[in-house]
Ligand binder design. Sequence first.
Ligand code: SF4
Length: 651
Amino acid sequence: MGTPGYAGRILRIDLSSQRVDELATLEYSDAFLGGRGLAARLYWDETRPESSAFDPGNVLVFATGPLAGVPVIGGSRWQVCGKSPATNPHHFSYCNLGGRWGASLKFGGYDAIAVRGCSEKPVYVLISDGGASIRDASHLWGRGAIETREALTAELGEAARVAAIGPAGEKGAVMATILADQDSSGSGGLGAAMGAKKLKAIVLTSSGRRAEVARPEELQQLIEYYRGLRRLPLKASTYRYSDDLVPSFGRVKMKKAAPCYGCRGCTRRLYEAEDGRKGKFMCASALFYQPWVVLHHGGWKDDVAFHATKLIDNCGLDSKSIDHTIGWLYACFQAGILTDEGTGIPISRAGSPEFIEALTGKMARREGFGDLLAMGIQAAAAQVGPDAVRLTRNVGYLGMPEYELLYDPRLYIPHAIFYATEPRLPMSQLHEYGVLMPKFASWARGEPGAQAAPGVIRAIAHRFWGSEAAGDLSTYEGKALAARMIQDRETAKECLVLCDMVWPIVDQENTADHVGDPALESRLLSAVTGREVDENGLNRIGERVFNLERAIRVREGHRGRAFDQPPGRCFTEPLRFDQVNQDCVVPGRDWQPISRKGATLDRQSFEAMKDEYYRLRGWDPGTGLQTREPLVDLGLGNVADDLEARGLLGH
Ligand code: SF4
């Protein structure tokens, strides 16, 4: 059944007929590896393009990768893919979660679960040593995601791993999340697709604890090599809750949180409030409410921010979307378009506990004005009126539009391609330039210990992005190739599934050249599975999956060139700010530090970069549509046939 790296089976559940059967993982893993790749192929095969996210025909796939359950640092994350209601029209999307649920799925004998259909009554799926069963969840319907997790672990044992939705998912809020163990949450609106199926949770209780590895000694050597490259597994070093700053949280306890399965840990913190409530404190979800708290209270109050994070997790709402919602509500309030009385939400007290309680409660239950907000701010604004629509641009950090564009394309030019070609915020793609360049800015400021000097950037640009020119961010030269290489590598990463907090190793501290090692992921894959895949081979899998996802989107209504656009204001409004690289400093000509403050994207240069990008991908530059030969070369001949039959193949 199983082969090294794989449990060998995919569980397929039809909630309409309550039927359960299995597929062999091998049918998918050779070409698509696991995680997002395996899920995208299952989705292509099983979801009709005209299905809405809420239709029984929308197949939701929960998938691990070949490294899950193996003590590879950051290797046990997992993916959920399916059609999401977050976009209009609904499109294929994805999210990525951590904790222990993914490893437990593999220990329970499955690499993935594909769920189609809709149950008549609320259910949860239980995978135990006795196999898979569909159980009544009527007693859980209406309860929060955290409450559901607690109720199911009380019922089935502390070792049970639960992925659940809150009331927001049940009610179809387009920003509904899926919440798993260790407060790991998945965004992208897929919680609403789960709710439409009346699927409250998937629970894993199997006692298995072993994942087979083909060459354990080689794997151990690679893990040691990894540890030698990095003193710290860092991506989020720029966030405020680094170790140095923990004491600033005062009377509230904060300690290192348990890492995801098999990992060493990172900036995850376990927050313990005075009332005894505990929870993960990490990344954007931990901090989304702080700026509003500062606005209202005149200073940081982490207990209020923690309360807000727990509230949205329990409701099953996405912090980034709620942050944008608050930004838009506040802008409308200041413009006199919306009032506390008219909405039933105390907008004037944004940043207070009572505001976030009213907002999230009304959105999750879809009560009053919350019903409108649960459709997303674009849809809500369209109902409120043209002035409110104009203010949807000001939906970020305290109404500052720049914050919406994390790692802004005006600052890092290749990011314009990512924003133009992805169905959601392409976070992992943004992290190669977006994490390295602030380190260059530190070097430019002369900070002690800063290692990202021009020579380092030049070598990294050559090794990771295809040319030295890719490191000069004053021009468009080399950026199309850099974008393509990053997309392929990052897509392969999400097939493995490796954590974005620590992979890839673009730069590193402990060698003379400080250049990272992009071949390490493929060597890990080979050691775990016994299948020889080198760096190019792994990137080729990423390219295949990226092309498959492009075909899915085109089949679902994306129209190529005309639709491949970053947000319009990148062309018209000068860059003023960046959350991480505050002075917007990047390498320019001759590797001199320059600031991109005041820069816009040049329309003509962007379109020329797109031409080059399409050519590099073998797509039709005229239409941006894929063409037959590259798809066939990637083993996607049947995808080319399908697109051709629909008139969606380029020339
Ligand atoms: S680096 Fe952090 S978030 Fe990533 S897998 Fe490890 S513990 Fe989880």
